[in-house]
Design a protein around this ligand. Sequence first.
Ligand SMILES: [Zn+2]
Length: 188
Amino acid sequence: MNPEMADRETATGVVGLVQAYVNTLDLQDGPEELSDPNTLAAWLVAHELMESGQEVSAADLKHAIAVREAIRGVIGANSGGRVYPLDVATLNEAASASRLRARFGADGKARLEPEAGGVAGAMGRIVAALFAAMADEEWSRLKLCGSQACRWAFFDKSRNHSSRWCTMASCGNRQKAKRFRARAKANA
Ligand SMILES: [Zn+2]
């Protein structure tokens, strides 16, 4: 990770899980953490979304990445972006394919759980986390960096929810420099 990115804020709980999943890809500096079916399986097992020893195919990887980018899309709405029908369709498909059902746990609390196993089930757990995250008061603070080259999911801890970049030190200043250069060019 780029050292200037070290001060990027992270959320906890379900919002944190959604954020961590979206940020398995750092568009600006790399790397892609989900680079093959094995790394996807390892990530899902490490985050207790899938049992180990499950078969993960190239098609599963493609599906998991599509779900990740659809989640990135809906987070964009928190920073003023529009929601694309393709992202909505991808999330609805992931919810259906995993056969999410409401289940009451021993603690008497309801949650969404997938009936499907494997990667389809894991994607269902991520969609369930997204569902719970959207009901969390912290949700509106999860935003996408305003830099089109970055689009990192950051947690806006500013008091009035006004942050636009994942870090002022990197993306904020880069955007400012870009605008400065554009102005200088226009005035030349
Ligand atoms: Zn950024």
